[in-house]
Ligand binder design. Sequence first.
Ligand code: ATP
Length: 359
Amino acid sequence: MDPQNTSRKRIAVIPGDGIGQEVIPQALKVIRAAGADVEFSEFDWGADRYLRDGMTVPPDGFAMLSRDFDAVFAGAFGDPRVKTNIHAKEILLGMRFQMDLYANVRPVRLLDATLCPLKDVAPKDVDFVVIRENTEGVYIDAGGVFKQGTPDEIAIQEDINTRKGVERIIRYAFEYCERHKKLDGSPRKRVLMCDKSNAMTHAGGLWQRVFKEVAGEFPQIAAQHMYVDALCMQMVRDPRAFDVIVTNNMFGDIITDLAAGLQGGLGMAASGNIHPGKTSMFEPVHGSAPPIAGKNIANPFGAILTAAMMLGHLELTKEAEKIESAVLAAVLQKKTTQDMGGTLGTREAGEWVAERAST
Ligand code: ATP
C-alpha cells in the first residue's frame, strides 16, 4: 500500500469460488483499463482455503476490511465439496452482518431489448432499483428444531425486524430516490414498499407504520405499496410500474432474481452491500454456478457492472461511466458470452470490454 497517495482507493478483492474466480479477474482488468486510481489486495477466502486449512475468515478479518480498505469487491461463494456451505455463510453473511452492510442495492436495467424475455419491452421500460434490507429478517437464522427426525418434529424460523433496521433501510430508499437519476437522465420519483403485511401482520405492521412516517419526510417522492405476490405478477406484466422498490431480506432476495431475468439473466446483474460512510462490499448477484465453472463460459458482465457500481460509490464517476458504456457497446455489438447470444468466452468478452473502456 502507498500511504502517501490518499486519493488512491484501496480495494480488497475476494474472488471466492467457482465462476467468481473467472469473472473477477476480468472486472479487475476492466477497472485498470478504465484508468481508475485504485490499488487491489487479493484475499484467498473461499472453499479451497477452507478445505486446505479450515479457515473461512481470519479472526481479525472483517475489522481489517473495514479499517484498511475503501471497498470490498467479492466474487461468489459456494462449492459442492463443502456440503454445509459453511464457508460461504461465514464469509458472505459475515461481511453483511458484521460490517453492518444494511442496504443491498440492486439496479435492474435492460441494456438491449433482445435480452428481455418479455415482448414489446424497450430498455427505457426496465430501469428500476431494488433496495433490500440486508442484516435482519429470516436470514439471521434464528429459531430451532425440536424432536428432529421424529413424526413430531417442529421447526421454527424467526423473522426478525427491528424498528432501527426497518427505519434505516426505508430512509435509505427515499434518499437513494432523491439522489439518483434514471438512465435517460430523468429524476427518480417513486418509492414502493413491498411486504406481505396482510398475512405477516406483526412484521408487516412495523414496516407499514415506519414507511408512512418516513415517507412524510419526503413529500416530493410518491410513496406506494404492493404485496409481494402482486408485485411479482406486475413485474412480468409491466416493469414500467417500478422506480425504487424497498423490501425485506427474503422478499428482496427472491424478487431480484426475477428482476435479473428481465435484464438478461443472472449473468448481467450487479449489486452493492452498502452502509453509508463505512467500507461497503460489491458483488455480482449470481452465485458460484458450479456446473459452468472452469469452462470459460461464464458471463463476466455482472461482475464488470458491479465494478462500475463500486467505482461510482467511490466517486470515480468518469471511470464508472466508461465501463458502463463499454458494456453497453459490447451488448449492442453482441460481443458477449453464450448466455446472451454471443460466441465469446469469459476472457474474450472481458478483454473486449477492457479494450473499449480504455479509449
Ligand atoms: P446462489 O445460491 O449462490 O445465489 P444459485 O445456485 O442460486 O447461487 P448461481 O450459482 O448464480 O445460482 O447460478 C445458477 C445458474 O445460472 C448457473 O448454473 C448458470 O446456468 C446460470 N448463471 C449464473 N451466473 C451466470 C453467469 N455469470 N454466466 C452465465 N450463466 C450464469
